[in-house]
Design a protein around this ligand. Structure first.
Ligand SMILES: [Zn+2]
Length: 421
């Protein structure tokens, strides 16, 4: 197969709807979902009634914001509240296909519909094509990942080797003997496989046959991507999703962020209020998958990103999520302002001499105080740093210059030491 075969084409007509058609499609799907969920999910009925949200008043996408967001960690408690996973399901457990278990613990139901997790268009966009032999290195035991990624491959007429994680040597042997063309797993495990193969004297381009890789589950740098792409001579693209709802977004060949799935409505919201933010503003990813079996309406993922609607050369017209820039729980709200570690990192990138940094938040006398600790020897650019920090983060920190090695080895970017009585 040529590279061109893998990089052209679009799987579904829904990926190229124009903005008006897409809004109409989403509004229709949501109306149907909300009506159904209110009728058949006890939990949804309770939530809507409590918020005095009337389903028949839902007319357009903007009306969705009147439903309070559902924080992912609430699921742990809600699912334990009784049958049908605490009333979150609209079916009995016996009517499902599978039930998985994720950390939390949170149960992840899968119903019997085709492409339940919605990854097929994402695998196509990544470059998987009919006839591929794909090795899945995600876990098949209790967690959904392994089986979740079999479905798109079956839909695309590929063969699957359910390898699961671990046993690196036999993974490599299988890849070699079966001439595996597709890798599915984490980027770091692919890196590990590359290292082990090189140690064993294999030529990654001649002795192995990988042409395409679908990765997810962890952040990676463009440096890691291009290094792996070069080593194996393959295309590596990522997907983003959760075990609750499946696919949320996926990259195309042009690596312009994550095209948002057609099977869900995604909002970027203020993490505290759940109010939708403008395009380009960083906030929490809130997803409503069009899933009538397990209607998690306005599920707040805890991940931070932003929406980009500029056109993509691939021809898909779906809006995209920029990078996942961080987690809500590593973000602190200081003096009413959100401080995101990635923003601080962007400032620090201008000061190469700063080895490490950490923000410490305290509230002596009930007033927030932000201390910016930096490890650096012989620092001369304090004013410049404070100026840039204020420009970018809109807050004035107390700067503490420490000698390298003063901070503990393991630090959180933002250490919140505030005491709330
Ligand atoms: Zn694209």
């Amino acid at each position: 197969m040529t590279r061109k075969d893998r990089t052209e084409g679009i799987f579904s007509r829904r990926e190229v709807l124009d903005e008006g058609e897409r809004r109409q499609y989403c509004a229709l799907q949501l109306k149907e979902l909300l009506t159904y969920a209110y009728r058949y999910s006890e939990d949804v009925k309770k939530r809507f009634d409590r918020a005095q949200f009337q389903v028949d008043k839902f007319k357009e996408l903007a009306d969705l914001k009147h439903i309070p967001i559902l924080k992912k960690k609430e699921l742990i408690f809600l699912q334990s509240m009784g049958p049908r996973l605490g009333g979150l399901l609209t079916k009995d457990l016996g009517e499902l296909r599978r039930i998985f278990l994720s950390p939390g613990p949170i149960f992840d139901p899968e119903d019997r519909s085709d492409d339940y997790w919605g990854w097929t268009e994402g695998f196509y966009a990544a470059g998987f094509r009919s006839g591929d032999v794909a090795q899945i290195t995600f876990n098949y035991h209790l967690a959904p990942a392994g089986l979740m990624f079999e479905e798109p491959l079956r839909n695309l007429n590929c063969a699957v080797i359910p390898a699961g994680p671990g046993s690196t040597n036999s993974q490599l042997e299988i890849m070699q003997k079966l001439r595996v063309t597709g890798y599915v797993g984490t980027p770091s495990y692919l890196m590990h496989l590359a290292q082990k193969a090189e140690e064993a004297g294999l030529n990654l381009r001649k002795d192995l046959y990988l042409e395409v890789a679908f990765v997810t589950g962890e952040k990676f740098s463009e440096k890691v991507r291009s290094s792996l792409e070069k080593k194996f001579d393959l295309i590596m693209r990522q997907g983003y999703g959760t075990a609750d709802v499946g696919c949320i977004g996926y990259e195309c060949y042009h690596k312009n962020g994550l095209h948002i799935t057609n099977r869900a409505f995604v909002e970027i919201c203020h993490p505290d209020t759940g109010i939708p933010l403008k395009d380009g503003e960083v906030g929490e990813i809130v997803i409503t998958a069009f899933n009538k079996t397990y209607p998690l309406i306005r599920l707040a993922t805890g991940d931070l990103s932003y929406i980009d609607r500029s056109p993509c050369p691939c021809g898909r017209s779906t809006p995209r999520l920029g990078n996942i820039v961080g987690r809500v729980d590593t973000t602190a709200r200081i003096k009413g302002m959100f401080v995101y570690p990635h923003q601080v990192e962007q400032v620090m990138a201008h000061f190469e001499e700063v080895k490490r940094w950490q923000i410490e938040v305290t509230n002596p006398g009930g007033i927030d105080e932000m201390i910016l600790n930096i490890e650096v020897s012989n620092f001369k650019r304090e004013d410049e740093l404070l100026h840039m920090f204020r420009e970018k983060i809109k807050l004035r920190p107390i700067l503490k210059v420490l000698t390298p090695g003063s901070l503990p080895p393991q630090i959180r970017p933002i250490e919140d030491k505030r005491i709330w009585d």
